[in-house]
Design a protein around this ligand. Structure first.
Ligand code: SAH
Length: 483
């Protein structure tokens, strides 16, 4: 049996093939076919003819490495970043921006049709054109750089190479802000001068793990948070980093610096941030303006990384919510309350639910800061808070029929989508409209099927590009109640 299996595989490792790229895979990779056998080739662009080397072959498909572009596609362009191919961040720098947008819109459509089981023509008829970016570079307001050492023992800051944990040093990342470089240089210089070691994943030794940098695009305020493997005293005035005052001095000179903190993470884990945050200079938060509202953002809180597109996305979500001033709205997975409070301006009452306590604290402060008194926030898992609220007929003095049967429920879950218990309760609450904001169209498709089977009809689908040059795409969907 074993040997027969081997014979089935048409190609072997290191074999060189010439192939035309005719399709794009889920992560943006090129797909070519030779007599029905499929090749997945990273960095090959639809329309290219390439020579590719087999890396891993299976019965019906293989992964191959792009060796040479023989005939370039009209959609191919030169990558702007010199390390685009090694770095795991961008997958589409070789593809023109227009073609990228088309790919993303199509990806959303295909996922909804194939994984959600909806009719293709129907989805096409309710799909609005993807919201593209006017300026697809320097759009990210946040970066998290791992700190490590290269083979020669030199300290480096960079990004992980695709699907690995080896750090590719980054000089200047074109999707991030210009200030990142000066901040990283200052951190690495300080570490070198003071003999501070980078954290080593294998041994669990060393101090500095990651550097988080965030900027408010409208406020120009910058936040730096060093994630450290610190096991010493945490009393007031404690020195978390050797010669801390000198580092603070250097970092505080970067224009816009507003908050410098450390996050303590001593766990052997892939999770970047530790839960304990200590501000070592300046304020605890930075601010930013979105949809005409002022937001405060803590290091641990989720905040959309592309604020320009986030605003367009939220405006679309608000349009779909169709608010007149009287409605009751639940916003599940609300983060610091960006969507919740944007809707509070034109709703009767809004409720936000979010799992991260710091984000909920930010959300409550943000409501006050913007003079919005018609918002309540609950900290907890959406799949626990909502069912409990519904079962108990409300709580905390909130128990009206409007809250139990709202006009609109908005959800904006992380990539894994909504928990079934959350969806079940949403169906029981029977809102007139559901606005589903999603960063993963595969889990979106799965959840749309559940909502459709539960008595909701898809009314509109719109993709929004928040992450140019990567294969990711954001989507907003409007559903209305049919029963
Ligand atoms: N709507 C917000 C945040 C969206 S990101 C915005 O646009 O800014 C998703 C959010 O869901 C994150 O803030 C994350 O902390 C939160 N989250 C993750 N799992 C959750 C759960 N089970 N219940 C509630 N919130 C959750």
């Amino acid at each position: 049996m074993g040997s027969k299996k081997k014979e089935d595989v048409r190609y072997s490792k290191d074999e060189l093939l010439t192939v035309s790229i005719t399709d794009i895979g889920n992560d943006g990779e090129g797909i070519g076919k030779i007599d029905g056998y499929t090749l997945f080739i990273k960095d090959a662009v639809i329309g290219d003819t390439v020579s590719a080397k087999i890396m891993k072959a299976k019965k019906n498909y293989a992964y191959a490495h792009l060796e040479k572009v023989i005939e370039p596609s009209k959609f191919r362009q030169e990558a702007k970043c010199p390390i685009a191919r090694q770095c795991g961040g961008c997958q589409l720098q070789n593809m023109t921006y227009e073609r990228q947008l088309q790919f993303k819109q199509n990806k959303v459509r295909n996922n909804i049709v194939r994984l959600g089981g909806f009719d293709g023509d129907f989805i096409d008829s309710i799909t609005e054109p993807i919201i593209g970016m006017d300026e697809p570079w320097r759009y990210r307001n946040k970066a998290q750089y791992p700190i490590g050492t290269d083979k020669s023992g030199k300290l480096v800051a960079g990004y992980y190479a695709g699907r690995t944990h080896s750090i590719i040093p980054v000089d200047d990342c074109y999707i991030g802000i210009k200030e990142n470089k000066a901040i990283l240089d200052a951190v690495l210089k300080h570490m070198e001068e003071n003999g501070i070691k980078a954290y080593d994943e294998a041994s669990g030794k060393g101090l500095v793990r990651h550097v988080l940098i965030r900027k408010g695009f409208t406020s120009d305020q910058i936040m730096v948070c060093l994630v450290i493997n610190y096991k010493g005293s945490k009393k007031a005035g404690a020195e978390f980093i050797p010669a801390q005052a000198k580092l603070v001095d250097a970092l505080s000179k970067v224009a816009g610096m507003t908050s410098i903190s450390v996050s303590i993470n001593t766990e052997k884990t892939n999770v970047i941030m530790g839960y304990e945050i200590h501000t070592i200079w300046g304020r605890n938060t930075i601010s930013d303006t979105l949809c005409g509202l002022d937001f405060e953002i803590s290091p641990l809180s989720f905040y959309q990384v592309n604020p320009v597109q986030a605003q367009k996305l939220y405006e679309q979500a608000i349009t779909y919510a169709d608010l007149s001033g009287k409605e009751t709205v639940w916003d599940l997975y609300c983060g610091i309350g960006t969507i919740t409070l944007s809707m509070a301006k034109t709703a009767g009452h809004v409720f936000g639910v979010e799992i991260i306590p710091d984000a909920i604290e930010d959300a409550k402060r943000n409501a006050k800061r913007n003079g919005l008194s018609n918002a309540d926030f609950f900290c907890g898992k959406a799949e626990e808070v909502l069912p409990e609220f519904y079962k108990n007929g409300g709580y905390d003095g909130v128990s009206s029929n409007d809250a139990l049967h709202p006009d609109v429920i908005v959800v904006d879950p992380p990539r894994k989508g909504c928990d079934e218990k959350c969806l079940e309760t949403m169906l029981k609450m029977q809102p007139d409209r559901i606005v589903y904001v999603s960063c993963d169209s595969a889990t979106l498709a799965r959840d749309l099927r559940i909502l459709a089977d539960g008595g909701y009809e898809l009314k509109a689908v719109r993709a929004c590009d928040m992450f140019s040059w990567s294969g990711h795409v954001e989507t907003v969907v409007l559903l209305t109640r049919t029963t």
